[in-house]
Write a protein of this length. Structure first.
Length: 251
């Protein structure tokens, strides 16, 4: 029997959902049936109602599907590969994996640059920056949520253009940046925040892969600092080190 932490403040059903995701699903093939509720209840030392709540959460995010009278099955859903390399682009990166790719502006505002943002964009402290909150989808399924910052003096119209185009690349091109490359990328894994659960249609306990990246123009000037959260169940990040080594996968 696997042990759950009963005094952590984390609901048991959420812990069970995490355990199913981490220790049960990796051993199944697509469309294979999960163990019965009674077996899972015994394995985790909880009642069937708790198991049922955990499975309902996994079903909500599309990881599993319940079929009346047959049981619960692992969905046959391949993980998309998102390349992070010298030119990191959402639309072209998924071009051969999804028929449609889209971006949607959630909000925009002009704020004094936080210290980390000012440093990333090589701006004086508290310089005005435009902050965009966006969500991107592939074939209608939300894949990533992002917050991006731009120099407000140089890219004053970025929000309006992005709202029209749904593309950072197209928006920057209209503002005179025809090409840009990735200077640095940092990656970490964490539990999805409440906001990201809603934006990415995930269940509590879901894991997101977070990237922090700085993009520069051909003259080496920073044009964008962004923090993106990707659903770990839907996408893998492929770090392209072709110039110095083999491709690495962050899952």
């Amino acid at each position: 029997m696997e042990t759950l932490e009963r005094r952590t403040g984390v609901a048991l059903w959420r812990q069970v959902a995490d355990q199913i995701r981490q220790s049960v699903l990796p051993g199944l093939s697509p469309n294979e049936r999960l163990p019965a509720e009674t077996e899972l209840a015994t394995r985790f030392g909880v009642n069937r109602h708790t198991v049922r709540a955990a499975i309902a959460a996994l079903e909500k995010e599309g990881t599993v599907r319940a079929e009346q009278g047959r049981g619960t099955f692992l969905n046959d859903r391949r993980r998309l590969s998102y390349p992070i390399g010298r030119r990191t682009r959402f639309s072209s990166g998924l071009e051969n994996q999804a028929q449609t790719r889209s971006g949607r502006l959630l909000s925009s505002r002009t704020v004094p640059a936080p210290a980390a943002v000012a440093a990333a964009l090589a701006l004086p402290a508290d310089s005005p920056v435009i902050e965009l909150a966006t969500v991107s989808a592939a074939d209608g399924v939300p894949i990533s949520a992002a917050t991006s910052w731009f120099d407000a003096t140089r890219f004053a119209a970025i929000a309006e253009i992005y709202a029209e185009t749904g593309s950072i690349t197209a928006s920057l091109a209209r503002l005179g940046v025809d090409d840009y490359t990735r200077k640095t990328t940092a990656v970490e894994a964490r539990h999805a925040s409440r906001e990201d659960l809603d934006l990415l249609a995930l269940s509590p306990g879901a894991i997101v892969l977070m990237t922090r990246g700085i993009d520069i123009d051909p003259d080496g000037r920073p044009v964008l600092y962004g923090e993106s959260r990707f659903s770990a169940d839907r996408i893998e990040l492929v770090i392209d080190n072709s110039a110095s080594g083999p491709v690495q996968h962050a899952q």
